[in-house]
Design a binder for this molecule. Structure first.
Ligand code: ARG
Length: 566
């Protein structure tokens, strides 16, 4: 296919000595206002070298780079060289490309042979998988899919919170108050209940804390009973977590959590001591990070036991040795920003230059709007309950609006879960946002169901026509504003995915999906598809096909399924 940006860059390269081809290529942009054209090249940087005003440069270049086949207009406007594509040629070129590449359209191989670790979700054993975890889980899964789409060799890791002194407490609580049957039936809420009880009782009876510490030490030393109980908690929790991941379509390659690194701790502490990075402070060991504007990092406690931060050092080193990553991404909330700054700095102080490849992809908080979300189980909203509620309400809507639909339950699950996930990814990750189930489930506006519905609409059109490859589409039928807009949006998909990957921002793709769906619905409204003229019909059908393909890919990248009927 003809890559318009590259064609522009090539034509300009021959006329601009002071910029390289790549520099030119990165400067080519899309004007915000499409009346200004489809592509633009800013000439401001050239003023010095050309000893001319930017607009005069643009005028000079305009006469040299015109290409009538590709562009209907090349003109200088306010210091920009603006290109308006030849709509017919553009439509043919883009649509043929989408149809040819199908689900590979927009993908690339920029990640070939680059190992990328993406750590996300990282929930805590025996604790609720609550609404707050949706962010790490879904931003991470989406990045996982985007990176794969771009050819990266990915490893998805769930760094389970399965270690630490809280497990000593839980063991004590279980031995005192644990009711195996109740816990089996409803593990997380029941474990949470006895864990909360532990804290209440410990206020009056501090000796419980000593007992808990003793049990944690036993666990660290491999005591049979301690390990058996810890394994029980972990297995029960994972069963629940995996059920939730299943509903979300989230997968991991590894569940190596904090406990996985427990036997790797002594070596890392020794290395820190040998490299003279730690200093003693009131019986504990710290790394002084003051010279770097950070607070001191605690790496061993007074009783010699290790810490969350130390486990992250061990984990990062293990990952480098085991996977030899090119990039090691952590999708973890902004609340832990300091933690990541600290340990990444320590990796640098240890002399490892791969500290540069460790990236904390942070995100803001999610607040809950509707009272409907607070559960009987207390004031935390379990993510699974929210998902189930969304599915349940979607099924009610389907039963009312399309009672005839096949596989109603399955479709309700795809839409209900999709609605929750999309709402999550639609907000830029660094912003806090509040979640409202009602807003989420509306099929209108900027929601997941709206995109899914648009996709299903395209599928429904395609079911009604026979696709006849012998008829040459008349692409001049796609030169009206609405059609052209869809083609333009389709043409940007690859750039959008690359941008989302560069900024670790799935919301770029979510917004794109909305833009494409809105554009398609305008096209659908303005243009009858099943017209008599076979060639016009073929062109419009081709646009529907191309849109269906790209909507489906975009939905997949933001972790939504694309039902064909709804
Ligand atoms: N389990 C932790 C929590 O819930 C998140 C773990 C983040 N990842 C890490 N490598 N520190 O807060």
């Amino acid at each position: 296919m003809i890559n318009y940006k590259e064609s522009i860059a090539k034509a300009l390269e021959a006329n601009i000595d002071v910029l390289s081809y790549d520099e030119i290529l990165t400067l080519v942009e899309h004007p915000k206002n499409t009346e200004m054209g489809d592509y633009a090249f800013p000439c401001f940087k050239l003023a010095k070298a050309f000893k001319k005003a930017p607009n005069a440069i643009a005028e000079e270049l305009a006469s040299k780079v015109s290409n009538e086949e590709l562009f209907s207009k090349v003109e200088a406007i306010a210091g920009f060289l603006n290109f308006t594509v030849n709509s017919e040629h553009f439509a043919k070129n883009i649509i043929e490309e989408v149809l040819k590449l199908n689900s590979k359209y927009g993908a690339s191989s920029i990640g070939a042979n680059k190992k990328t670790i993406i750590e996300y979700s990282s929930v805590n054993i025996a604790k609720p998988f609550h609404m707050g975890h949706i962010r790490s889980t879904m931003i991470g899964e989406s990045l996982h899919r985007i990176y794969k789409f771009l050819g990266y060799d990915t490893v998805a890791i769930n760094h389970l919170g399965d270690y630490g002194t809280q497990f000593g407490k839980l063991i004590v609580a279980y031995k005192l108050w644990g009711d195996k049957e109740l816990i089996d039936a409803n593990p997380i809420p029941e474990l949470l209940k006895i864990y909360v009880k532990f804290h209440q009782e410990a206020e009056d009876n501090p000796s419980l804390e000593d007992e808990a510490r003793a049990w944690f030490t036993k666990l660290e030393n491999g005591d049979e009973e301690a390990v058996a109980l810890w394994t029980l908690f972990k297995d029960m929790s994972l069963k629940v977590f995996n059920r939730v991941y299943g509903k979300l379509g989230v997968t991991f390659d590894s569940y190596a959590g904090e406990s996985f690194y427990s036997d790797k701790m002594p070596a890392i502490v020794k290395e820190l001591r040998d490299k003279n990075i730690v200093e003693k402070s009131e019986g504990a060991e710290i790394v002084n990070l003051e010279p770097y504007g950070l607070t001191p990092a605690l790496v061993t406690k007074k009783d010699g036991s290790s810490l969350y931060l130390t486990r992250d050092l061990a984990a990062a080193k293990y990952r480098k040795e085991h996977y030899n990553f090119d990039k090691n991404i952590y999708v973890v909330g902004s609340a832990q920003k300091l933690h990541f700054q600290q340990w990444i700095k320590i990796v640098e102080l240890m002399g490892y230059d791969w500290y540069k490849d460790c990236v904390h992809v942070e995100f803001g908080m999610v607040a809950l709007e509707d009272g409907a979300l607070s559960t009987r189980k207390g004031n935390v909203a379990f993510l699974e309950d929210v998902l189930d509620k969304a599915v349940e309400q979607t099924l009610l809507i389907i039963n009312e609006k399309s009672p005839e639909l096949e596989n109603k339950e399955a479709v309700a699950r795809q839409i209900g879960v999709g609605a929750v996930v999309f709402q999550e990814l639609y907000t830029s990750r660094t912003k806090d946002y509040s979640f409202s189930l009602e807003k989420t489930l509306s099929f209108e506006g900027e929601t997941g169901p709206y995109v899914q519905y648009t996709h299903a609409r395209a599928c429904s059109v395609l079911r009604k026509v026979e696709i006849n490859d012998d008829v040459a589409p008349d692409y001049s039928a796609l030169t009206d504003e609405a059609s052209k807009d869809v083609v333009r949006t389709l043409s940007k998909f690859g750039e959008i995915v690359a941008l989302a990957h560069k900024n670790y921002e799935p919301h770029t793709v979510a917004r794109y999906a909305i833009e494409l769906a809105q554009g398609f619905n305008r096209f659908y409204h303005d243009n009858p598809i099943l017209v008599d003229d076979k060639q016009i019909r073929a062109a419009r059908v081709a646009l529907v096909q191309a849109t269906e393909i790209v909507l489906k890919s975009a939905l997949h990248l933001v972790c939504l399924e694309a039902p064909e009927k709804m």
